[in-house]
Design a protein around this ligand. Structure first.
Ligand code: TNX
Length: 533
């Protein structure tokens, strides 16, 4: 700017008034056009999950260092606005100030609670060149809307620095299913608190709202139970192939729960029983019918262990565990497992599940179990997680309970993508990115329709999964597909258009340093499309 002034005063000496006027115009034009208007296009963005309605408008809202964020709502909404501001800071170093305001706002970003938005987790975005308004039913809806804003964000960088833009748009959105989950098996291989937190962050980006932690199995007991300390001392000491294993202290578990809650994700803890219990049986001889503790197990077979159904100590054990778990779990559900209890007779299995179901209700929570639990008489609020047997799922619905859809042939993220995938299993078939996406929970099992379904969960079993990189390789990109299946209306879902939107997520996934499986089925957009040049 200084140089422009100097030149202007020198030239002034030798110029006519007309000349000066023309020069002045040229000067103003030159200085205004130094920073061209930021251009963004919604066509360059592949929103996942696709919102209920997207109405593109002309223009771009540029987020500047000076852009104010106004909050018209409660403290929870302020926290969501803060999360948005902090994320912008991570991306750009900008510090967007937050102010509360109930006045009419003309420019900036406005977060607002609106009673006009009726759907749970619903939100509405109205973005113009001057103002972005994010309205939501509550803070949770606003948090989902923030994920859309962050996906809309176009980051343009050149030698002069970074510029952030959001294309003008009107979006209305809400989920199809209330339960949109994923499961991590931390028993077969143990994952640290930080790894689980990273997974939570990645889930949040796609509006998933449940993380089911498979905390116990034959190979490891991963949650501290203060009244039965050997569960973790002995039962937590190893994992598949004999690694060190590990466990979460109750404090660490609470830390995970709180971290998830700040991202509007509920943790569902699972204690798998009466089968899949070798780690517990190895820790306490008295839980075995013959009073002898088996060796710890580091293989990958299933179906060989069972709690002793006839001993009263078994029920004291289960009740103690449930009681302690309930104290550190604010979410409404406790998962009681119940799968593959091949070493438990059905006549024993049924009374066991019935009794454990009652215990969960006694402590004020709702039980979920794998589809075999339908053999027991279930209370109406209990949830059956369909994974293998369609007849079990149908029988559950006949009992009047809701089903959680985790069909192994579609949603098991530990299945290989194709025959040369280096990780994973294939007992439920190969699941490529299209097969993972291209199904409808409401028509998968005849006689089970949308009203019978609470939602969708994609599990990651960890027999072959050892590191965070492994987790990411198996879950990305399939997880985005499950997020869309459970959030978006079926009428908007289509593989051909989905794969193009998925392709546009490439840059964002790379920025997040995700160890992406670059499926050949997806035309990944790898170029740096939106540089300013
Ligand atoms: C079946 S799915 C299991 C798990 C295994 C998984 C491997 C389910 C309820 N039980 O114990 O880890 O297969 O894909």
């Amino acid at each position: 700017m200084k140089n422009y002034i100097k030149i202007f005063s020198l030239t002034g000496k030798y110029m006519s008034t007309l000349g000066k006027t023309i020069f002045l115009f040229l000067f103003i034009f030159a200085s205004c056009s130094k920073k061209p208007k930021l251009q963004t296009s919604i066509e360059d963005i592949g929103l996942i999950p696709i919102p209920v309605s997207v109405d593109s408008q002309p223009g771009t809202f540029e987020i500047l260092e000076s852009t104010p964020i106004y909050v018209n709502g409660d403290d929870e909404l302020v926290k969501v606005a803060n999360y948005f501001s902090e994320t912008i800071h991570i991306i750009s170093d900008f510090h967007l100030e937050i102010a509360s305001s109930s006045e009419e706002i003309k420019s900036g970003v406005l977060f607002k609670i609106s009673s006009e938005i009726k759907n749970e987790e619903g939100y509405k975005i109205t973005a113009s060149e001057n103002l972005i308004t994010l309205e939501a039913k509550d803070a949770e809806g606003a948090f989902r809307g923030v994920q859309t804003l962050l996906q809309l964000l176009s980051v343009q960088e050149n030698a002069d620095g970074i510029r952030l833009g959001i294309p003008a748009v009107k979006i209305e959105d809400y989920p199809q299913y209330e339960y949109r989950g994923s499961m991590l098996d931390v028993s077969r291989h143990f994952f640290s608190v930080d790894e689980v937190k990273r997974y939570i962050d990645l889930m949040a980006s796609y509006k998933l709202n449940i993380l089911h932690l498979h905390l116990t199995d034959d190979q490891g007991w991963r949650i501290e139970i203060k009244s039965w300390p050997k569960l973790t001392e002995i039962g937590g000491s190893t994992e598949v192939d004999g690694g060190d294993g590990g466990f979460y202290t109750q404090e660490q578990y609470k830390d995970i729960v709180n971290y998830a809650a700040a991202r509007y994700i509920t943790i569902i803890p699972e204690i798998d029983m009466p089968g899949h219990t070798n780690a517990a049986l190895a820790s306490y001889p008295e839980l075995n019918c013959d009073g002898n503790a088996p060796e710890l197990y580091t293989g990958t077979e299933v179906g060989f262990s069972s709690l002793c159904i006839d001993k009263e100590i078994t029920y004291k054990f289960v009740e103690d565990v449930i009681k302690e778990l309930v104290e550190i779990t604010p979410g409404p559900y406790i998962h009681i497992g119940g799968d593959e209890s091949h070493s438990t007779e059905l006549e024993d299995y049924i009374p066991f599940v019935t009794r454990v179901q009652d215990m969960v209700y006694k402590y004020g929570k709702t039980p979920i179990g794998w589809d075999e639990i339908r053999h027991a008489k279930l209370k109406k609020a209990s949830i059956v997680q369909f994974w293998a047997n369609k007849e079990n799922a149908k029988a559950a619905v006949k009992q009047g309970v809701k089903v959680l859809m985790s069909p192994s042939a579609r949603s098991y993220m530990d299945m290989k993508y194709d025959s040369i995938t280096p990780l994973g299993l294939q007992w439920a078939g190969l699941i490529n990115v299209k097969k993972a996406y291209n199904w409808n929970p409401a028509t998968l099992v005849d006689s089970i329709s949308k009203k019978d379904i609470i939602g969708v969960e994609a599990p990651l079993w960890a027999e072959t999964i050892e590191t965070m990189e492994d987790i990411e390789y198996m879950t990305f990109p399939r997880l985005l597909g499950y997020a869309e299946i459970s959030w978006s209306p079926d009428s908007l879902r289509n593989w051909e258009t989905y794969k193009l939107r998925l392709a546009k997520q490439y840059k964002d996934l790379k920025l997040k340093n995700v160890n992406l499986y670059e499926s050949k089925m997806v035309p990944w957009e790898k170029g740096i499309k939106d540089s300013l040049e």
